[in-house]
Design a protein around this ligand. Structure first.
Ligand code: PEP
Ligand code: MG
Length: 928
């Protein structure tokens, strides 16, 4: 076999991330455009997959031979020799898969050191302290990553030496102390593994390569891929980078740091990052010392700062994306060690994309595609209420914006356990490590007492869009005691705190929060989205308030107004109940006459708010017993009322009576204590409750969701639909008279046959005639059908003859297509189905394109075969889900309708759908 496994940075294809991993490919790319990268090579992800596929995990044939060839090239490039006792070449061995998974896999630094090469390093650098510092770091990292020695065993020894010599941190340790530590570390390895630390550099290298390959299937990496839905076609296996070590810890003319070409928290166009002088890269990321902002380098190392700015400009101009890069300065020479696209929170992503388009670096289309619609959700995160004026308990670095409150927990396992119980928690740690990742998933926010804005906690929280305050040094965390101390205040596990990741403040208790505002850049981006999209985006909104909010989110109309939600207000419910319990048509009409002005006023307000945009009003849908209390509740209340009636004379029962009288059906409270003492009042309440109970029993159905609801109800009780139709059309007439342009649409729910539509249509036409005559104005409207019943889809061509529009109610249509109860499936078997991959997704969340979607596609085609201009939309929950929106675009829907806060997400997703569809079409056209 003559496979090529290893590629030098001079030869690797910088575009082939699948083969070389992101880090490897980028290092090839920037080496080839002339940036100063230490010489190195990359062993491919193919080698990793091959290795993991073997039962005993064997490196495929040729890997080590090619590694040796590449090492020889590094020796030539650097003039050093691997294993030399005079001027040894040392390398780092670093992971890197096609998708960036920060900190999830392993890296080993200073490889090649042993008792001989150490002497060479010391002799060559004439720096004994540096030699032993490098050695102890290597033994610990190699011991932990490659030999499985627990970190704590090393930390114990390290702390013991620090204590012996009275050093506060590693900076205070002398060469002799570091030598002592190295020897202790070697003993730890020997004791823990039963073998001496490997001395042969090539043996070290082979073990390290295998360890990095193994880390691809480690728990941390597997958990991370599952959480972020990284599938094998996105990233399969990790590559291994073997890179010449350059040292930021050789003295005060050395430094190491991480930079972002723009600020990843705000998007501001200026170099952002942190560095440490005389340190190795892991010190910055691990938060062991608190680093300095890069801007300080302008004073401390001015010429290097200029070089750093130049590196930043070159990286951004080459990639046209924000870069997150690592650098090291060794004795005044700047090296770039890594670059990748910067992970940012949504608002920074929106800002940088829009600004880069304004700067001409990218097109508007690229700017749109750069922002993941789902991520916009973060921008709608709550902030602390600006009216809140409390004093923070402590402050730290504002590491990831947003605000969150929750119970304090001190470790990731506890965060996970409480999170599973549905509790909101804040993970509080001294510093976090990659193995804490499950705690991040479970927590609302993260607080650390050490580390900078590029520490692990900060980077991971930002990627997840969770608030994080890092480096709050005024807090002393005592994990063992499960307490944290801030001055004289003690925070115990379970205490509630609030984090403000935007300002870095920490408060005791739960602080009130407010919704986020749209930034100017988001408004610009969504404006571009609306230009690029074909689908219109409507909102599901039921009240005038909802409508106003939806408009703020950019809704182009209301695609679903569930009128029954207007009935639920406390003062309206008794009238609705009157309507339901009525024994005669007259009684029912009397109640409806009271409801008419209420609904008309609501519709008028909604139409005014949305003018001139369309508003789709759905006639009453749920089974009417949903407005009544449950049978059990009524039985219980009646029993208590009868009991109370016997002793109602006594003043001592007045309070309880009052409570009961205000019971389940919104009765007004008796106005005076004397009334309470009056048994006649109790009698009248008993009579009413008995009447309601009788009705509840009469309305009982085994399967109410498949029962007397929707259009069936409207046909049985035409006076209810007539009242609603009248309210819609009179509100429209009122607005028209007042010069407010309106576009009302009347939609019928649960339709299965064209006959049902015809029935309701007749009602609409007759009310319409009356309203136009009474108001003396022309009122235009559209009439349409919900498509949420399988038969409606199968009979779409005949329904389309009666309707001007269809709206897919995919909540019910999913229920009907799967025969899964939408009320129960998600709590019962769906999670198990997802876990066992019987179903990939929750079909109530992600449209089941293959089943429900197929039915929709057929119905659209059949409907338009009779009615070519038929308007078709979707108003089920799927209307706000990006992948589902893409499908809706593909099958030619005219609009999607979703809840207000999801409207911006849907607008961007609709733009993505069109742009991507256009791109696919371009590829197919070319192929033809
Ligand atoms: C639907 O079924 O998708 C729908 C929008 O109606 P509802 O959720 O009110 O049943
Ligand atoms: Mg429905």
């Amino acid at each position: 076999m003559n496979n090529k496994w290893a590629y030098s940075y001079q030869e690797g294809d910088g575009k082939n991330k699948q083969l070389l991993g992101g880090k490897g490919a980028n290092l090839c790319e920037i080496t080839q455009i002339g940036l100063n990268v230490p010489p190195g090579f990359v062993i491919s992800t193919d080698a990793c997959l091959n290795y993991l596929a073997q039962p005993e995990h064997q490196l495929p044939e040729g890997v080590m031979a090619q590694t040796r060839e590449q090492m020889a090239m590094l020796e030539t490039a650097t003039g050093k020799r691997f294993g030399s006792a005079t001027d040894p070449l040392l390398v780092s061995v670093r992971s890197g898969s096609a998708m960036s998974m920060p900190g999830m896999m392993d890296t080993i630094l200073n490889l090649g050191l042993n008792s001989q090469t150490l002497m060479g390093l010391i002799a060559h650098t004439r720096n004994e302290r540096f030699g032993y510092d490098s050695y102890r770091r290597f033994i610990q990292l190699f011991g932990k990553v490659a030999l499985g020695v627990p970190d704590e065993l090393f930390d114990e020894q390290f702390d013991a030496v620090k204590k012996n010599v009275g050093a506060e941190s590693d900076v205070g340790l002398q060469a002799a102390d570091l030598k002592d530590i190295s020897e202790r570390f070697l003993a730890v390895v020997r004791h823990h593994t039963g073998r001496p630390f490997p001395e042969d550099p090539y043996e070290q290298l082979e073990i390290a390569i295998k360890a990095v390959f193994n880390s691809w299937s480690g728990k941390r990496a597997v958990d991370y891929r599952r959480e972020f839905h990284i599938t094998s076609d996105m990233a399969n296996g990790t590559a291994v980078n073997v890179v010449t070590m350059v040292f930021g810890n050789m003295g005060n003319d050395c430094a190491t740091g991480v930079g972002f070409t723009r600020n990843p928290a705000t998007g501001e166009n200026m170099l952002y990052g942190e560095y440490l002088t005389n340190a190795q890269g892991e010190d910055v990321v691990a938060g062991i010392r608190t680093p300095k902002p890069l801007q300080e380098m302008a004073q401390e190392m001015p010429s290097l700062y200029t070089q750093l700015l130049d590196l930043r400009n070159k990286l951004e101009r080459h990639y046209c994306e924000i870069q997150d890069f690592e650098f090291t300065i060794e004795k005044g020479v700047l090296y770039c060690l890594q670059t990748r696209n910067g992970k940012m929170n949504a608002s920074a992503m929106v800002r940088t994309s829009v600004e880069m388009a304004h700067e001409g670096l990218i097109s508007e289309e690229q700017a749109l595609l750069r922002v993941n619609p789902q991520h916009l959700e973060q921008m709608l995160y709550p902030r602390l209420d600006p009216k809140f004026k409390g004093t923070p308990l402590a402050t730290g670095l504002p590491a990831s914006p947003g605000a969150a409150s929750g119970q304090v927990v001190f470790d990731a396992d506890r965060a996970e356990a409480l999170g599973k119980q549905g509790l909101k928690v804040i993970l509080v740690r001294e510093e976090t490590k990659p193995e804490d990742i499950h705690g991040f998933f479970a927590a609302q926010g993260i607080l650390t007492s050490r580390g900078g804005k590029t520490s692990h906690a900060a980077v991971v929280a930002r990627g997840m869009g969770k608030p994080c305050v890092a480096g709050a040094e005024g807090i002393h965390v005592e994990v063992q005691l499960r307490k944290a101390f801030v001055g004289g205040t003690v925070i115990k596990e379970g205490d509630v705190i609030t984090l403000d990741g935007t300002s870095g403040s920490i408060y005791l208790g739960a602080v009130p929060k407010v919704e986020a505002d749209f930034s100017d850049e988001l408004i610009t981006l969504l404006g571009w989205a609306d230009k690029a999209a074909r689908l219109k985006v409507m909102a599901n909104a039921d009240t005038p308030n909802d409508a106003a909010r939806a408009l703020k989110y950019g809704a182009m109309g209301i695609g679903l107004c569930r009128t029954e939600r207007m009935f639920n207000a406390a003062e309206r419910l008794p009238i609705v109940i009157d309507m339901i319990v009525a024994d005669t048509a007259e009684q029912r009409q009397a109640a409806l006459d009271k409801l008419l002005p209420i609904q008309r006023a609501d519709f008028k307000e909604v139409f005014k708010t949305m003018s001139p945009r369309p508003v789709t009003v759905r006639l009453l849908d749920p089974p009417i017993h949903e407005f009544l209390p449950s049978e059990q509740q009524l039985v219980d209340e009646l029993e208590q009322l009868r009991h109370l009636r016997l002793s109602v004379q006594g003043m001592e029962v007045l309070v309880e009576t009052a409570k009961l009288l205000a019971g389940s059906n919104g009765e007004p409270l008796p106005s005076s204590v004397h009334e309470l003492g009056d048994t006649r009042l109790v009698d009248s309440v008993i009579t009413r409750k008995e009447q309601i109970l009788k009705k509840v029993r009469a309305l009982r159905e085994v399967n109410p969701m498949l029962g007397h609801r929707g259009v069936r109800l409207g046909i049985t009780f035409p006076e209810i639909y007539t009242m609603q139709i009248r309210a819609v059309l009179e509100a429209a007439a009122d607005c028209t008279k007042a010069g407010i342009p309106v576009s009302p649409e009347i939609m019928v729910p649960q339709v299965c046959t064209a006959e049902e539509l015809k029935h309701v249509k007749k009602l609409v036409q007759s009310v319409h005639q009356q309203v136009e005559a009474t108001f003396g104005v022309k009122v235009s409207y559209q009439f349409g059908s919900m498509m949420e019943v399988v038969r409606a889809c199968m009979r779409a061509e005949s329904l389309a003859a009666e309707a001007e529009f269809f709206s897919f109610g995919t909540n019910d249509l999913t229920q009907a297509t799967f025969s899964f109860s939408r009320e129960d499936a998600e709590n019962k078997f769906l999670p198990m189905y997802n876990e066992r991959e019987i179903l990939q997704d929750n079909p109530f969340e992600v449209l089941d394109v293959k089943g429900v979607g197929r039915l929709m596609g057929l119905a659209v085609g059949w409907g338009r075969s009779t009615h070519p201009t038929l308007k078709v939309g979707i108003c089920g929950e799927h209307g706000g889900h990006p992948a589902s929106i893409r499908f809706c675009d593909e099958i030619g829907l005219n609009y999607v309708s979703c809840s207000g806060p999801r409207v911006p997400i849907a607008r961007l997703a609709a733009a993505h759908a069109q742009i991507l569809l256009g791109k696919e079409k371009a590829v197919t056209d070319k192929a033809v």
